[in-house]
Design a protein around this ligand. Structure first.
Ligand code: MV4
Length: 520
């Protein structure tokens, strides 16, 4: 009473975890295990049958099997993951990204069993997962949103009327969606019915929810996101932006911080807007607000991701904040140990996502055994990897094998360092996206920082043309060589008349072979 707290209450407010279960796999599970180890928290891994020998299992203090290879029966199986958590005696669960990380029912189930879900409250996950609800909250908090509907619209006639009001081109988006799933660009009223039908069926398949909303389509936008952290004590801060415009089929490929596009004024504005939404919804933990930025540098709030993101390391590299430790401390009930004024972006960081995919074959997955592996290191290089030499990358999961992250004092230094690191990186046995990065890192538009969301397709169209041209030249040279060979052979046969088919190459080879034999 009267502000005097008992020891029990203090502990309830801020309680150090002794053991955390990591409900994930691959590089992000490894990343969380590393944070746990530095905090002297026991890390419990979970694994499917395909992951018995995975790196995260090897590195954890303890590991529990949770089922067969398919995610539905293991990493996505709420009951099995919870059972492992309870059986291990963990006090908290870190969901990583993907899988159960934005599953409100899972977060709720953790809460119900007395496990701390390391993330926001389950109600916040629900709220932000419903994309039009998130848009409404953003509007209430004073954020600019892309013009469009603030509710999912039921019938096709209402959608057609709204689309006409917004003005084409419009984006058809899934209310339960996010990350581009169930999204369609519609150029005219004539295309609307078929786009709606396709978007609905895609959304139904992916989310079991086919509600649709509309947004004005922003032409060639930049994709910029703001990292936030908020604790239980009312502190909310942003950790500046990440530039994520280099994507392929809504899959980010390269991220960096700071964004070459963002001015100090825009950064300040977007950061302030992000914190306003965080405060309005009572956000807790680490989160990310996605914005589109148009050609005139106008930002529009798109959606909020209520999890740790794949690309969080670029923020860590420029701010010096360990986001995973921050998540854990916030979940323990601690107050943030730094404020907005303590933060600055120092230097420049770039991340390349190394996928087990073949860039020469349309980025087809390339699972299989890693026969040899040499990872880069040296000044300013960080490789957040989930694999090792001899490990067989399973077919069942996301093919991300590692995130190569570099830091440099300037963007130019970071690019030079990334080129060097990609050159050092050797993976044998499977195809990876590394050769693709060499191309991007030398592309004049990338080097100039002049990238929008059409970059990858444009760069690839160029590369395909170059390859086709190079191929035509190689075929022509080979054809000319064959023809010259045949002509010279014919001439020789005519001269000698003895049928001996011997060229200077042959004679040189024969001398060489005799030399070897003689020499040994
Ligand atoms: C848009 C858009 C244009 N206008 N929304 C794609 C991922 C998802 N998070 C949002 N996305 C987009 N939403 C409106 N109103 C264009 C995209 C988009 C995109 C955004 C970021 C990076 C790459 C992209 C590629 C195609 C489309």
């Amino acid at each position: 009473m009267r502000g005097e707290r008992t020891r029990g209450e203090v502990r309830a407010e801020s309680r150090a975890f002794r053991k955390i279960l990591i409900a994930n796999r691959g590089e992000i599970a490894v990343r969380v295990i590393r944070a746990c180890r530095e905090m002297e928290i026991q890390a419990v891994a979970v694994y499917s049958e395909a992951d018995r020998g995975a790196l995260h299992v090897r590195l954890a203090d303890e590991a529990r099997a949770i089922g067969p290879a398919p995610s539905r029966e293991s990493y996505l199986h709420v009951e099995r993951v919870l059972e492992a958590a309870v059986a291990s005696g963990a006090e908290a669960v870190h969901p990583g990204y993907g899988f159960l990380s934005e599953n409100a029912a899972f977060a709720r189930a953790c809460e119900d069993r007395g496990l701390v879900f390391i993330g926001p409250r389950s109600e916040t996950i629900t709220l932000m997962g419903e994309k039009t609800a998130a848009r409404r909250e953003a509007v209430e908090a004073g954020l600019p949103v892309v013009p469009g509907t603030l509710e999912p619209l039921g019938d096709e006639a209402a959608l057609a009327r709204e689309a006409a009001r917004i003005g084409y081109p419009v984006m058809v988006k899934a209310a339960a969606g996010g990350g581009g799933k169930g999204m369609r660009l519609v150029g005219s009223a004539a295309e609307l019915p078929s786009a709606l039908a396709r978007a609905r069926s895609e959304a139904r398949g992916a989310f079991g929810d086919d509600r649709i909303y509309l947004e004005k389509a922003i032409v060639r936008p930049r994709h910029i996101e703001i990292q936030v952290l908020a604790d239980r004590h009312g502190n909310a801060i942003h950790l500046f932006e990440r530039e994520c415009s280099i994507q392929r089929r809504h899959q980010k490929v390269i991220e960096e911080s700071p964004s070459p596009l963002v001015t100090p004024e825009l950064r300040e504005r977007m950061g302030t807007l992000a914190v306003a939404l965080v405060k309005r919804v009572g956000y807790l933990g680490a989160g990310t607000l996605e914005f589109l930025v148009d050609g005139d540098r106008n930002p529009y709030f798109l959606e909020m991701n209520t999890r740790l993101q794949v690309e969080h390391p670029v923020t860590e590299e420029v701010t010096g904040v360990d986001l995973v430790k921050a998540q854990i401390r916030i979940a323990q009930g601690e107050a943030l140990s730094f404020g907005q004024r303590d933060l600055e972006q120092r230097g420049h960081a770039i991340e390349c996502r190394v996928y087990a995919e073949d860039p020469e074959a349309g980025f087809m997955p390339s699972p299989g055994r890693i026969l040899a592996l040499r990872t880069p290191n040296g000044p300013g290089v960080r490789d957040d990897s989930g694999v090792y030499e001899g490990w067989e990358v399973p077919v069942h999961y996301d093919p991300l094998i590692s995130k190569l992250v570099v830091w440099g004092p300037t963007r130019q230094d970071a690019i030079a360092r990334m080129r060097r690191a990609v050159t050092e990186y050797k993976v044998l046995g499977i195809q990876t996206t590394l050769p693709f990065f060499q191309r991007v890192l030398r592309h004049p538009s990338f080097v100039a920082g002049d990238i929008d969301t059409s970059f990858v397709d444009a760069a690839f169209a160029e590369a395909d043309r170059d390859r086709a041209r190079g191929e035509a030249v190689r075929v022509a040279v080979a054809a000319a060589a064959i023809r010259a060979f045949r002509e010279r052979r014919a001439a020789r046969l005519e001269r000698s008349g003895d049928g001996a088919d011997r060229s200077a190459w042959w004679d040189a080879g024969l001398r060489e072979a005799q030399g070897w034999r003689g020499g040994v």
